[in-house]
Design a protein around this ligand. Structure first.
Ligand code: ATP
Ligand code: PAF
Length: 283
């Protein structure tokens, strides 16, 4: 019987980051911290005569959008010499700071590993995903964070750079107005100089300190789009910890009252921390 596998990988909202260039994509990445979230990418992989990728993306309104083809996924499969039909569903808008590219690679390779008996460990899957992200400039630290769960604090680049993971039972929420083209930002020396100068010198001991670090970083980095200023101001007025989804035109916030405030600006999406990394799903 033809084998099919389905895997889920969580998304990641980066609160703050600093690019760290190593000698190779394996040793290049970022320090920083972010939230591994319970919405991500589900990938279905089955053997096929030729590689195909069909993506169900979602607009900020929540409306589905079908996309065909993914250079990242096609290169991933080609690097293993495998031919598969891949269908992915991104729970959140692609390109909007939710780590959908990292989740797509992790979910697809986790499923492909099962279908084609690639013999990869979880660490091996994460390492290949990280190197692909970095080489395509679609991310720096998302794979390292999403390979596990929780509030992930990264103190070194690469998939071994996560120093701590915290798992508070927190109510999270986000609203997004759309994408920011990540490659333009993280491949710009000028932007990365500003990002490095804004990087906080405190390692967060809890969610509150993470949110404070994130907002101070966002303000100092110059990355905040004017479209989200009213949202941040409303959260500030309501005493709701909030910051910019890095790198997307959106806001993430914490606390029971966050949803009501964000819903005043668009489709507010409730989130929780995801307690795990990529997982194979029962068929
Ligand atoms: N669900 C998916 N299925 C297949 N490919 C995807 C998926 N999501 C993203 N990608 C690939 O990643 C690329 C977009 O990467 P990008 O980094 O802009 O998105 P993101 O990871 O959602 O945003 P961010 O890095 O700011 O969090 C797409 O061009 C596509 O090749
Ligand atoms: C660069 C980045 C913000 C893109 O999502 C993320 O990969 C990170 O935190 O390194």
């Amino acid at each position: 019987m033809e084998r099919t596998a389905v895997a889920f990988a969580p998304g990641h909202i980066s609160g703050y980051f600093q690019r760290i260039d190593g000698d190779t994509p394996r040793t290049t990445g970022s320090c920083g911290a972010g939230l591994v979230i319970n919405r991500g990418v589900t990938a279905t992989v089955r053997p096929a005569d030729r590689i195909s990728v069909v993506i169900t993306d979602h607009l900020p309104t929540g409306d589905p959008l079908i996309r065909y083809g993914s250079g990242l996924i096609e290169e991933l499969l080609g690097s293993f010499g495998i031919s598969a039909a891949v269908e992915t569903v991104a729970d959140l808008p692609i390109g909007a700071g939710f780590g959908m590219s990292a989740a797509a690679i992790l979910a697809t390779l986790t499923a492909a590993n099962a279908v084609f008996d690639l013999g990869l460990t979880e660490c091996g899957i994460a390492e290949r995903a990280h190197m692909l992200e970095v080489s395509h400039n679609t991310g720096l630290g998302d794979v390292a964070a999403a390979a596990g769960g929780g509030l992930a604090v990264r103190t070194a680049p690469g998939i071994t750079g996560v120093a701590t993971r915290m798992f508070p039972d927190a109510d999270l929420c986000t609203v997004t107005f759309g994408s920011i083209f990540t490659p333009d930002i993280i491949s710009s020396p000028e932007q990365m100089r500003k990002v490095s100068a804004a990087f906080p010198d405190r390692t967060p001991a809890n969610l509150t300190e993470f949110m404070q670090n994130s907002r101070e970083f966002a303000e100092a980095s110059g990355l905040i789009p004017r479209e989200i200023r009213p949202v941040l101001a409303a959260c500030d007025d309501a005493g709701i910890p909030a910051s910019m989804t890095m790198l997307g035109c959106g806001v993430f916030a914490t606390g029971r009252d966050a949803h009501e405030i964000l819903a005043g600006f668009g489709r507010a999406i409730p989130l929780k921390l995801c307690p795990h990394g990529p997982t194979l799903m029962e068929m």
